[in-house]
Design a protein around this ligand. Structure first.
Ligand code: BGC
Length: 369
């Protein structure tokens, strides 16, 4: 079968012939890959800045945002049947006895760092025609989401952040009065930094949870992304016309920041302006560009005097995948055109290097025949 692989030592990315995986355990499921999304992590791996082949292999098959169709199930599989659609989680447990998270299926919080990740760290990924994995790493997806389910994995980043924000904010009276059409977040302002796929999907998730949602990005307020943001009820703020120190004038008190730009300097600038009891979530992984000047006194004063929380989050558990599937159903009902506009390109497997080596569009996808 065909697969897309990175050869770090050779510094090459190409389509290869790989052995078709077979079911070798009774709890495994075999999928025919339908779509695989391309993200910033894939591009980093293809730039040889990140990614680790499996032990003993000179290459890594990439791809971790996958939608597949079940074509075969092992005898102990209970929740999947031939013809079902499924998405796959990314991280696999470290298996070390001293790691309570991995033992409980929460490898997204692995303590040892010895976890593996399909398509990223020491396990081949999903940019292949067929995939086999254990049932417990798969989630069923309704057929009605066939067109959009490739967005489940990137949406899980925001879903995990939302779960964490709600949990962390249980430290204070944070719940909004609900009733009627009011959604749980309606009394809070959420600011999303960045208008890439993680930022836009995050903004949709915050808007869907009722937050007054604002997206802050570089392009001007007349650009098509700004229209897209407005189409799902959020506000687009351009950094060209609104400097960071004027954000509060546009937004009001900033209660949550969902950082999805990977820009550390911008993030710490924004951190100076967040409100009382605010939660600030980092999801971006910036390149290491060396030290930068930050007003640490101002930030620390605010964090203490305003009870603020700063947290980082990576990967996602099954709970976030379940919420992503639920949210995608809502998005499809409420904003189908916005969702459609997020997927800017569909490429054949043989053309995979094009989206992997460029940053054009919002979300590019490899669509298998
Ligand atoms: C993936 C996560 C992964 C992270 C770090 C992200 O692109 O969505 O699943 O944990 O990269 O490797």
């Amino acid at each position: 079968m065909k697969a897309v692989a990175v050869f770090p030592r050779e510094r090459a990315v190409r389509v290869i012939d790989a052995p078709e995986p077979r079911i070798t355990r009774p709890d495994q499921v075999k999928l025919r890959t339908l779509e695989v999304g391309v993200c910033g992590t894939d591009r980093e791996i293809c730039g040889f800045h990140y990614g680790f082949p499996p032990e003993g292999s000179d290459h890594l098959i990439i791809g971790h945002e996958a939608l597949g169709e079940v074509i075969e199930v092992g005898p102990k599989v209970v929740n999947f049947r031939k013809g079902d659609l499924a998405v796959l989680t990314v991280r696999r447990p470290c298996g070390k006895p001293e790691c309570p998270s991995c033992k409980e299926g929460r490898q997204d919080f692995c303590y040892t760092g010895a976890f593996t990740e399909r398509g990223i760290k020491q396990q081949h990924g999903y940019m292949t025609e067929y995939v086999v994995d254990c049932e417990r790493f798969l989630l069923p997806v309704p057929k009605s989401l066939r067109e959009f389910a490739v967005l489940v994995e990137p949406l899980t980043i925001a879903e995990k952040a939302l779960i964490e924000v709600w949990q962390v904010q249980q430290r204070l009276p944070w719940s909004c009065p609900v009733g009627g059409k009011k959604k749980p977040g309606h009394c809070h302002h959420a600011l999303v930094l960045g208008a890439g796929p993680i930022g836009l999907l995050g903004a949709m998730a915050f808007a869907n949870a009722g937050f007054s949602t604002f997206v802050y990005s570089r392009e001007d307020e007349k650009c098509s992304k700004a229209d897209l943001v407005r189409s799902f009820g959020a506000t687009y703020i351009s950094a060209l016309t609104t400097p960071v120190d004027k954000l509060v004038d546009r937004i009001g008190s900033i209660d949550v920041v969902y950082e999805a730009a990977g820009a550390s300097k911008l993030s710490f600038e924004v951190l100076k302006h967040v409100g009382h009891n605010a939660a600030f979530v980092f999801t971006g992984v910036p390149g290491l560009k060396g030290p930068a000047e930050v007003d640490t006194d101002q930030i620390m004063r605010n964090m203490v005097l305003k009870n603020q929380v700063l947290l980082g989050t990576v990967n996602a558990g099954r709970d976030a995948f379940e919420n992503a599937i639920k949210d995608l159903k809502d998005f499809k009902k409420k904003w189908p055109e916005a969702l459609r506009a997020l997927i800017t390109g569909r490429y054949k497997l043989s053309e995979a290097t094009t989206p992997l080596l460029s940053t054009d569009g919002i979300k590019n996808v490899i669509a298998f025949g």
